[in-house]
Design a binder for this molecule. Sequence first.
Ligand code: PBG
Length: 311
Amino acid sequence: MRRLVAETRLGVDDLVAPLFVREGIDEPQPIVSLPGVVQHTRESVRKEVRELADLGVPAVILFGIPTAKDPEGSEAWNPDGIVQVALRDLRDEVGDGLVLMSDLCLDEYTDHGHCGIVTESGEVDNDATIDLYAQAGVAQADAGADVVAPSGMMDGQVMAIRDALDDEGHEQVAILAYAAKYASALYGPFRDAVDVTIRGGGDRKGYQQDWHNAREALEEIRFDLAEGADMVMVKPALAYLDVITRARAEVDVPLAAYHVSGEFSMIKAAAANGWIDGDAVMWEHLTAIKRAGADLILTYFARDIAEALHP
Ligand code: PBG
């Protein structure tokens, strides 16, 4: 009876698997604060994506860790940068069998760890940064990305990327905008995963949203849609279910939510201590995100869910 009347069902079609690929390593590297998640080699990411496609997971989103970082994050738009080579490998591996998304930001590539260029006075230079995002978006699209996902929260980033993609003949490449991204303390394990420390103990409050605010998130979403975003995202997920619900009520484009690294690791850590049933909490949390109104969920549990649902 419960199955018959369930209002919400989490399915494999809802899932996007975030994957890390690191340049210059021979073996996958475990990420201590993200148990079970690794920094992949080019070879191992290929295998993982093949297996995810076979499990029916419809999409992955790639993050790169370059060997060399610099003030501008130039590996982000290098045609031979790690994400670009991985995208080519993956397109070759799975053809059109799976949607390839790429996170579009500079923090994994800059030596100071900010999501953009930093001026001498220590401010992030919004307008200079979005030009670099546009270049990175074109490099990712050239390499085969179906969807680019700008996560840097710079003003005007979606329009800059859309214009550049269109100019280069990539009208078909979609933009998933991290539209309502909060300056959250839940990204800690992710920063281990991509070897990012913000220089000088800084934070991202200058460009990410203040978690006291919800209306502001709706305004960010409206801006991104007006600039040409095809899908929008709320991030993190669980502490922002109200924002997801409000966004759902307001927009009719596909709405994504990112169940972020800290949300995943809290479950893993409590489960490892025997304090909670990790599997049960995984289902409860991810179903809640769907119930709140998300159409697609980026989650490090994608493979676990897919395996559990696989016939
Ligand atoms: C920025 C980016 C971050 C995450 C996704 N894209 C980190 C940040 O804003 O500091 C976090 C994802 C997670 O915690 O799982 N490129």
